[in-house]
Design a protein around this ligand. Structure first.
Ligand code: ZN
Length: 421
């Protein structure tokens, strides 16, 4: 199966219904007359397209519009409950899976400890079982599922869904993640699958890109240029440019963890290089510096708890890490000119200490024009960023105009075939 790219099967002519749905995805109910006025199309054409969308369930009637007399006209709106999506956030030691609606809003969730180093087969079998459990829990049928989105803690070739030389995932290099899940769940991935949006794609990306998509969709949907920075044991960024995720030539865009932090050439990094940003400002670097002050912190959660309980040396160390991250981000601001930088990841819970350090350096180092409109804010989606982002990746993929048109065409062809059988 193909994880991404063009619609499979023979090309079908656009029937225009998919384009009409894009207009309605803002959630506002509209009458046929309002849609005709908005699109400049004939009433009869709008009527046909509305009927085609009603048949898929993606559009539904809601209430009645005010009428000047006679039978009141019906309003129609996008129905996000019509289908469900799976968003999965797989970390080194945790698995978090949510069943969401078509707006990426979680309907039910399961979070359990997993071990990524067990290798792909046990972890993906756990994921398949968890998806079955969520479908049963929510009472949704397998045919309601339009796609599965997965975030993994390493580099991923998004077009094939295969991890590429992931440093903390032994056994996963180039593993065909979509194929494993499609087989385990017996997904109908062909062009004539029963679902109203066609085949059920399995899309995979790295965890930071997924979190950037989730935070963008949930908190900054109208922002065109956004940089999401994950600060945890490692440090990485997801880049939204022109409203879309920017992955780069081989999916490595935003890998800030191993960019050189100025003035730290002596610090050895796990990648074998020296002076890398995450070796200087990541969670383990902060716990090591606290150790020198006689403060015991083992995990990132310990650091966050210490800051919250008022430990001044910890707040100081976190703020210093923020400054170091800010040095690298000042360069990113000059290069990308984002209007929002979101700071997320498990150390973002340390709140103002981290962000204050980032702001101090970014605003101080960047040219006024680049920062005149720049906000540096904490992430709002917290632990849900990954699952919301993974589901958003799927809805952006399956609800495009050409995929909706293709699904409507194949559905009517299969209806015609079963009628003549
Ligand atoms: Zn490094």
């Amino acid at each position: 199966m193909r994880a991404a790219g063009g619609v499979s099967g023979p090309p079908v002519p656009s029937n225009g219904a998919g384009e009409l749905l894009q207009l309605l995805r803002d959630g506002r109910p509209r009458t046929r007359a309002e849609l005709a006025k908005l699109t400049g199309l004939a009433r009869s054409t709008v009527g046909q397209r509305v009927d085609a969308l009603l048949a898929t369930g993606l559009l539904g009637p809601v209430g009645e519009a005010a009428s000047t007399g006679g039978r009141p006209p019906v309003r129609f709106a996008f129905n996000p409950q019509a289908r469900v999506v799976v968003g999965a956030d797989i970390g080194a030691t945790h698995g978090h899976v949510a069943l969401t609606d078509l707006l990426g809003r979680p309907l039910c969730e399961i979070a359990e400890p997993i071990t990524i180093t067990d290798g792909p087969a046990p972890v993906l079998d756990w994921l398949a079982t968890t998806i079955e459990r969520l479908l049963t829990q929510s009472g949704r049928d397998r045919t309601d599922l339009v796609g599965i989105g997965i975030g993994l803690p390493g580099p991923v070739e998004h077009s094939t869904g295969r991890p590429m030389q992931p440093p903390i995932m032994p056994g996963w290099d180039r593993y065909d993640v979509p194929h494993h899940l499609a087989t385990a769940l017996q997904l109908d991935t062909g062009p004539s699958a029963g679902s109203a949006t066609g085949p059920v794609p399995v899309l995979v990306d790295n965890d930071v890109n997924i979190m950037a998509l989730g935070e963008h969709a949930a908190a900054h949907p109208h922002v065109q240029h956004l940089l999401f920075v994950k600060v945890a044991t490692g440090i990485g960024a997801g880049i939204i440019s022109g409203g879309r995720l920017h992955r780069g030539a081989v999916g490595a865009a935003g890998d800030l963890g191993h960019v050189a932090a100025p003035g730290h050439a002596q610090v050895l990094c796990r990648c074998g290089n020296t002076g890398c940003l995450e070796a200087v400002a990541g969670g383990p670097a902060i716990t090591a510096s606290l150790h020198a002050h006689g403060i015991t912190a083992i995990s990132n959660e310990d650091i966050v708890q210490l800051v919250r309980s008022g430990s001044i040396p910890t707040a100081h160390a976190v703020r210093q890490a923020g400054r170091t991250i800010g040095e690298v981000l000042a360069t990113c601001v000059s290069l990308l000119n984002p209007s929002v930088i979101v700071i997320g990841g498990s150390l973002a819970g340390a709140g103002e200490s981290l962000i204050a350090g980032v702001r101090e350096v970014v605003y101080g180092r960047s040219l006024p024009l680049a920062t005149s409109d720049l906000q540096i804010v904490p992430a709002t989606t917290g632990r849900q960023a990954g699952v919301i982002g993974a589901a958003t990746m799927v809805t952006q993929h399956v609800l495009t105009a050409d995929r909706i048109d293709h699904a409507i065409a194949t559905q009517s062809m299969s209806h015609a075939a079963s009628a003549t059988a």
